[in-house]
Design a protein around this ligand. Sequence first.
Ligand code: PHE
Ligand code: ZN
Length: 884
Amino acid sequence: MDIASRPADPVTNPEAADAATPPQAPATIRREDYQPPAWLVPETALHFTLGLDRTQVRSALQVRRNPAGDGSETLRLNGDGLVPAGVWIDGEETAEWTIDGSDLLLTLPGDAHEIGIATDIAPSANTQLMGLYASNGMLCTQCEAEGFRRITFFPDRPDVLSVYSVRMAGDKAAFPVLLSNGNCTASGDNADGTHWAEWHDPWPKPSYLFALVAGDLVANHDSFTTMSGRQVDLNIWVRDGDQDRTHHAMQALKDSMKWDEEVFGREYDLDLFNIVAVADFNMGAMENKGLNVFNTRYILADPDTATDMDYDGIEGVVAHEYFHNWSGNRVTCRDWFQLSLKEGFTVLRDQLFSQDMGSAAVKRIEDVRVLRAAQFPEDSGPLAHPIRPDSYQEISNFYTATVYNKGAEVIRMMRTMVGAERFRKATDLYFDRHDGQAATCEDFVKAIEDGAGADLGQFRLWYAQAGTPRVEARLSHADGVATLTLRQTVPPTPGQADKQAMVIPLRLALFDRSTGQHRGEELVILHEPQAEFSFAGFATRPVLSLNRGFSAPVAIDADQSNADLVFLAAHDDDPFARYEAMQQLVVQHLIALVSGGTLCAADRDAGREAIGQALAAVIDDPALDDLMRGELMILPGETYLGEQLLVADPAVIHAEREGLKAWLGAQLKDRLVALHHRASSVPYSLAAAARGARKIKTQALVYLAAGVPDVAAQLAAQQFDDADNMTDRQGALMVLAGLDTPLREVKLAAFHQRYAGNALVIDKWFSLQAGSLHPRVVDHVRALSQHPDFTLSNPNRVRALYMAFTAPHAFHADGGVGYRMIADLILALDPINPQTAARFVASLGRWRRIEPVRSALMRAELERIAAAPGLSKDTFEQVSKSLG
Ligand code: PHE
Ligand code: ZN
């Protein structure tokens, strides 16, 4: 069938046009309402006539009545902002269609039909970056979760799997490279300067994994031979000039392919794997089958433009998207409530991969820090939801730290309880049992149970209950026996007032204070609200090291003395526990100070003294590698500190934390300067020792900047001038950006000039200023929003300026100017890019946990947003939940 023959003039259908603006209260979709699809689509053919301003799409869907469906004669094809330019049933054009909301409905008499549909879309007008859109003259798609329905009418749900054939044609000069999923089966030139390509993907997939890219791109080519000997061509496609910045991503891809074979037994299943880097992208990257699309930020790197953290981010995200080929694509999700099935599991897989590629200890600490900074606040706020949500209005709002990072922690706990070996047997069973299917979280848990021989009955509560469990631990000692009493509570969350006791696996060790040793680690599993565990053979009271390796994503209240914490910070052989002891030492000190009470200046001095000694020991310890030393030197963040309090005053927390930092910087000045000096002599390389040196170098500056700003300004300027890599340059500039020194302007200007035109580095330039400790950040951000390099149309740029700004300090400025700026941003961005706009709501949504004056100001801004007409579903849902 020639699906390109019909000129598709846009039809103006008033009903469809109205449906583009959602009503103020969007429908709520519920998990319990799931129904299997009435119709299946075993095959899909798509034909694109490409153009930036106008692209014509013709589809041919082989539809079959689903024996497991409700037998309905109605075929519902989802659409979003589309108007059918023609509809055919079994080759006959028909006018017998109706529009319901934005969807196209057809009545079909038989069990099998071919449906043809023509649509006409405008990629360059697509500012949401969902569906087919234009970015820097290229065309690309983003379909997860519900973007495919912005390209053509389709049963746009993940349990409808189809084999896709794609034909695309377009101007050869504008779009020399034409890509889609699977393999390229044919291509050719036309006489009129256009050319075409046909792609076929043999693996059935849901529509959210469809992808198409057309543009002027060049590739870094490589290849990988799989464990069964299949040679796979690898390409990373970028704009000309960027090829040299793709080597780290390519290495990460090859490492991922090998690791997944070795660790999970997963082999790649096509002869071709393409990655395309796009500058305008809402998220990090997307796992489309055989054609991953990436935010440039997670592909492009070289020492001059990317930090060590950027390198790690690239390695992790490349692995993440690659691992989705099995955990996500071969086994996909039945419905979007099951999102954590693919995301939680894939995050765990990428975390384990990164642990194996570098320092496992440091990676674990970083992952916990991210969880505490992003997920704990989510779990204790108005947007809290279980890792498997029960309802949503806009699914884009559920790509959250809870679904991703807590989801990974939940699967990690299963692995901890059954052990790595049995876990591997269980994942083999899972992949085997559900290959080619759209599965549920329940299917996953069942496969782990069956494959590992475990009972996860009560454990399933982790999928159903939101909120971070709190475990109170008390250790008593009598007659040679140490007794640990554990008590758990799960806080109420929206819609879940009463909680049941969870299964909480806690790795622990009991240290002999005199020898500094313990007699082996134990795993205790708390099932009950309260339980006691006894350990005999302790002549003296041991020191408790609990939740080692962060074996459970819970908050621990162990009420440990400073002496015990100092002991653990110096002696614990579990790196996470050691880090945690340092954190806890600082948390207890700062929380005691900011919650007022009976503390006096002498208490403050005593606390600082203990922390200072511990930090000095960390700086001096010759047995520590510098990467780990750098971790131990990081103070707990202001958000995490605020989390410890029912109601926090961000200004007080900020002042007290900065006060401590300044005291430490002044007190340990000589040590820190010496540390900076030692680290500065290590030449640049990507080896762990050199990365560690760079990390502690900037850490040292951070303390010095607070304690002895003049010394820090000189050292930072020197570091900036001497830098032969972005880690040192950015670290130095970060410190300078927070100081009131003429060097600040000079170095910021030099940086901007050096990197003009390099979007990813200019993003850094915005972030450093917006997230700085400078007293006039609010003014700086206001000025930067008017800078010629600023634009609301690029999500990276928006996040660079405003996400950095929502970090506590400046955002909570007196009088609520920060809140107003974020609300103004949300209102301005919502009509352009609702997904990105909605992501900013959470910062204001914390109002219930903030002191009354600021709380009222935050709430007022949320109300102002709520009152705005024509809000997107995305922003509406987040704002109404935040106020509710
Ligand atoms: N599925 C992508 C990932 O986790 C994330 C994503 C979601 C990207 C929605 C784009 C849109 O790897
Ligand atoms: Zn993912």
